[in-house]
Design a protein. Structure first.
Length: 163
């Protein structure tokens, strides 16, 4: 059975495609690419069909990640096929939990930085869209820092299913 993760930010052109690309690389490095499916979406549909922001792509490629992406809007019907829905900030967390058709679906929604023990109480990944390249680089650092803890949680869930 495939474990499915979807990252969600506002427009699906900056933070969530970055997180998708990083986790996809971590999953492949861990030899789990046949068992874990990773994608992303936005809470809104403003950029549906567009590629990732060129600054997102530049930062990803400069750090050895893939930059291919097509934006889409998150749909409540997806909850039934997803195991984990990862919000990039508290606003996304609230919006996604409101969209969840059931309480069980709402429990699938988590903040990305909650998987980074060094994050403390500041669990939002700031939106880099209106800033410069430094914001995109900072976003990648936050995503990478949380990706190891997220991968460990996914492994634990996979092991629990096998038991």
């Amino acid at each position: 059975m495939t474990y499915r993760v979807c990252f969600v930010c506002t427009g699906n052109i900056c933070r969530s495609p970055m997180a998708e690309s990083v986790l996809r690389a971590r999953v492949a490095e861990a030899g789990l690419d046949g068992r874990v499916e990773v994608d992303s979406a936005g809470t809104g549909g403003w950029h549906e069909g567009d590629g990732a922001d060129p600054r997102t792509v530049a930062v990803l490629v400069a750090n050895g990640y893939g930059g291919e992406h097509t934006a889409r809007q998150f749909r409540p019907s997806w909850f039934s096929r997803l195991d984990l829905v990862i919000a990039l900030d508290a606003g996304h967390l609230t919006a996604l939990r409101r969209l969840a058709p059931t309480a069980r679906d709402a429990e699938k929604v988590r903040l990305l930085r909650s998987y980074d023990p060094a994050a403390g109480d500041d669990l939002d990944v700031p939106d880099p869209y209106y800033g410069g390249m430094d914001g995109f680089e900072e976003c990648l650092e936050m995503v990478e820092a949380a990706s190891e803890g997220l991968l460990a949680a996914i492994r634990e869930d996979l092991e629990g299913r096998a038991a």
